[in-house]
Write a protein that binds this ligand. Structure first.
Ligand code: B12
Ligand code: SF4
Ligand code: SF4
Length: 386
């Protein structure tokens, strides 16, 4: 069937068909908008970068015009279809934070890599749209220079909450986002429904619970303080003042989403592709600390954790072990003091300092300090002497 959207009725019909098909494909929500972002989105993005809130994510700054203008990405695009997939957990993810023997992996990373799941689904839907309506399509998820949250807001899927993530009245905020750009005009631009401008009201729960106080103001995140950034994106040693605040969060963080009252409307995701793996729900810290490159790749095959690499992941695990203050973990930590990776050695030194007496710490230091060539690991050894 070849269709050109010529009247409002045509547009409505095509949108309805796409919506129905998207729901059959397992998407939770879908919306349509034109290719222009709200004017303030670019200003806010520039302000975010000006304040250095992106930390080491310099890719956010490169190509800012492209990121804030989808037309530069594809000049033929006329409509952006924004879609969401729910990954809402079955139970309160914050309960894991009280068990110091385990590491907490954030809900979004416990199943198959969502980039793969979403991309496959978006491609399937995109192919169907292109065949059904004789148009061209391009699909995007997460890693492309697309501002997915403001686009989803424009497509009326919800609003950006004070924690900066998209919140939907019907589905809460445990949502992955993705987009399909198409070269037919289905946008039927309307003024943004007032109710979608925001339903946070006087609530501040997400800001109050944040362990590292990463929100300098409502709707603004300083990523450099966010545990999600620290455990996933940040490559070097983590700021020693922030380490105690991380608790047992070893990959990502769910706190600001978990407390949002709008999540009480979120139904637990039934999606088998996004289901949490049993082994990643409550993984044991000592076992994780003993992973080498091969066992790490095997355990996390097809998950988004794999991309972080073994060294950074074990760094996070060692911080959680340090925070556990559990002396039973001492031998695990000691076994990593001579690890080939400086990032792991440094974190092992810090963890050791949390677990053992000063005498024991100094003894371990004496055996290793003169052999240590990396400045930041030497600094960790000197910590105890300050
Ligand atoms: C970089 C990034 C991160 C960074 C920075 C997060 C951030 N808030 O930007 C880090 C690593 C910290 C991160 C963490 C997480 N992320 Co992330 N991340 C991204 C990515 C790749 C780009 C986001 C971006 O452009 N940031 C730049 C800043 C400028 O954007 P912003 O926060 O939206 O800034 C806006 C506000 O600050 C606002 N603003 C600023 N000042 C003011 C003032 C007022 C008055 C108002 C009203 C607004 C306002 O305007 C800005 C522009 O819109 C997107 C995917 C994508 N391509 O969009 C995923 C994405 C945002 N992440 C996602 C997820 C799931 C997460 C985590 C929940 C994962 C986890 N459990 O650990 C956490 C949540 C942390 C948090 N509270 O945001 C999802 C969010 C889905 C949703 N429902 O919104 C996305 C969309 C990926 C996806 N495809 O599903 N992420
Ligand atoms: S993900 Fe965690 S650390 Fe990051 S802003 Fe939310 S509560 Fe704070
Ligand atoms: S917790 Fe409250 S302030 Fe934060 S996003 Fe949800 S409703 Fe908005």
């Amino acid at each position: 069937m070849s269709t050109l959207a010529t009247s409002i009725d045509d547009v409505k019909l095509i949108r309805e068909k796409i919506e129905n098909h998207a729901m059959e494909q397992g998407f939770t929500a879908i919306g349509f908008c034109g290719t222009q972002l709200f004017p303030e989105t670019k200003d806010n993005m520039i302000e975010f970068l000006h304040r250095g809130h992106q930390g080491e994510m310099s890719w956010l700054a490169s190509g800012i015009d492209r990121r804030t203008n989808p037309k530069i990405l594809w000049s033929d695009a006329l409509t952006i279809i924004s879609v969401a997939c729910s990954y809402a957990p079955e139970s309160d993810p914050l309960m894991n934070l009280y068990d110091c023997d385990i590491g907490n992996i954030s809900v979004y990373a416990r199943g198959r890599d969502y980039h793969e799941v979403m991309k496959k689904r978006l491609k399937r839907l995109g192919r169907w749209i292109s065949e059904e309506f004789s148009c061209s399509v391009k699909v995007f998820v997460d890693t492309a220079p697309v501002m997915e949250k403001p686009l989803a807001q424009k497509a009326q899927l919800g609003w950006q909450g004070k924690h900066t993530n998209l919140v939907s009245r019907e589905h809460g905020s445990w949502l992955f986002l993705g987009e399909i750009f198409i070269n037919i005009d289905l946008s039927e631009e309307t003024e943004l429904d007032d109710t979608l401008k925001g339903h946070c009201g006087s609530c501040q729960r997400c800001m109050e619970i944040c362990p590292t106080k990463a929100f300098p103001a409502p709707y603004q995140l300083d990523a450099r303080k966010c545990i999600s950034y620290l455990t996933i994106e940040h490559e070097g040693p983590i700021d020693s003042e922030l380490r105690p605040l991380m608790g047992n969060r070893i990959f990502g963080c769910d706190d600001c989403l978990a407390v949002c009252p709008w999540n009480k409307f979120a139904q637990a995701a039934a999606d088998p592709d996004l289901k949490a793996r049993q082994s990643l729900k409550k993984p044991n810290l000592s076992e994780l600390a003993r992973l080498n490159d091969t066992t790490f790749r095997k355990l996390f095959s097809k998950t988004s954790i794999k991309r972080t690499g073994r060294d950074r992941f074990v760094r996070n695990v060692l911080i959680a072990i340090g925070n556990s203050k559990n002396p039973k973990e001492t031998s695990t930590v000691e076994s990593l003091l001579d690890d080939p990776s400086p990032i792991v050695r440094g974190a092992a030194v810090w963890a050791l300092f949390q677990l053992v007496s000063i005498d024991k710490f100094l003894n371990c230091r004496e055996q290793r300090f003169s052999k240590e060539k990396v400045a930041h690991v030497q600094n960790e050894w000197n910590l105890a002497l300050k």
